[in-house]
Design a protein around this ligand. Structure first.
Ligand code: 13P
Ligand code: ZN
Length: 270
């Protein structure tokens, strides 16, 4: 009999959270992940009709009724997920009313899903409406990206353009650019709605002076998006105070985007 601990999606969550912690993106309980599971895959490892308890989600997520997600727990430390997944993660199914999460596994110590569930589920709805393959929403506090928030204008075009200039691959990895929100109170439906609005247009959204959200088809893809932003932000922070001698020009970024056949935000070039 297969147990949940054999599930590839659980192994991947454990490895991803450990990696994010190792990179310093998730101090203490910082950051959260939600991943939409394929129902057939989930059924291989657990009884999806056995509800341990019900938890109100505090908003309406009707379009996601019946969908199953693995979600990090609120207040839980990423550093502990790998060794103790059953306390730090949970698997929830959205009930037919769209307002209740049915716990199928995890949050063993009586815990619950991340306080950022509004931003996660609303972002899933937004991304699925433009990309039916989207499965993952990831939030974290990467150091250099966050540092850059304090010294760079929080303007979508300018922020994206600066990052595109920092690594040759950037325009190819995130040609759709980065959405930027001002500082807002986290854990609320309001920041969830604002994030989801940006997610219709972008797979990356900066939360001003807080962190970043990424969305993608897999944990790897989403991790890679944030990793690329963070690398570019690190190069920016290492060089911003020094005289700039060389730069990747707009004409070169255009060449890259055309060569790799990506549909980039042309209005984000000068
Ligand atoms: P949670 O512990 O509720 O997931 O919150 C962490 C966080 O990063 C808030 O933005
Ligand atoms: Zn956060």
């Amino acid at each position: 009999m297969k147990t949940i601990l054999d599930a590839p999606f659980l192994t991947e969550m454990r490895k991803t959270t450990a990696n994010m912690y190792r990179l310093g993106w998730d101090e203490r309980n910082g950051g959260n992940i939600s991943c939409l599971l394929d129902e057939n895959e989930a059924t291989e490892f657990l009884d999806v009709n056995h509800v341990i308890r019900e938890i109100p989600i505090g908003f309406e997520a009707q379009p996601l009724a019946g969908k199953i997600f693995i979600v990090t727990g609120t207040g839980k430390y990423f550093k502990n997920v790998e060794g103790d997944p059953e306390n730090n993660l949970g698997i929830i199914k959205i009930a037919p009313d769209g307002q209740t999460a049915q716990l199928l596994w995890g949050y063993k110590d009586g815990g619950k899903f991340t306080s950022e569930l509004p931003a996660h589920l609303m972002s899933h709805m937004a991304r699925l409406s433009v990309d039916p393959q989207n499965r993952v929403v990831m939030h974290c506090h990467p150091t250099h990206t966050l540092a850059m928030n304090f010294v760079h204008e929080l303007d979508e075009k300018k922020f994206t353009h600066t990052l595109w200039e920092m690594c040759t691959e950037c325009i190819v990895v995130f040609p759709d650019g980065i959405g930027v929100l001002p500082w807002m109170l986290c854990g609320t439906n309001e920041i969830g709605e604002a994030t989801a609005e940006k997610m219709r247009e972008f797979r990356l959204v900066v939360w001003g002076m807080h962190g970043i959200y990424g969305a993608g088809k897999t944990l790897d893809e989403t991790f890679g998006l944030i990793e690329t932003v963070e690398k570019a932000a690190q190069i920016y922070m290492l060089t911003a105070h020094l005289p700039r001698i060389n730069t990747i020009k707009d004409s070169e970024m255009k060449k890259l985007a055309e060569f790799f056949g990506v549909d980039y935000r042309k209005d984000f070039l000068d």
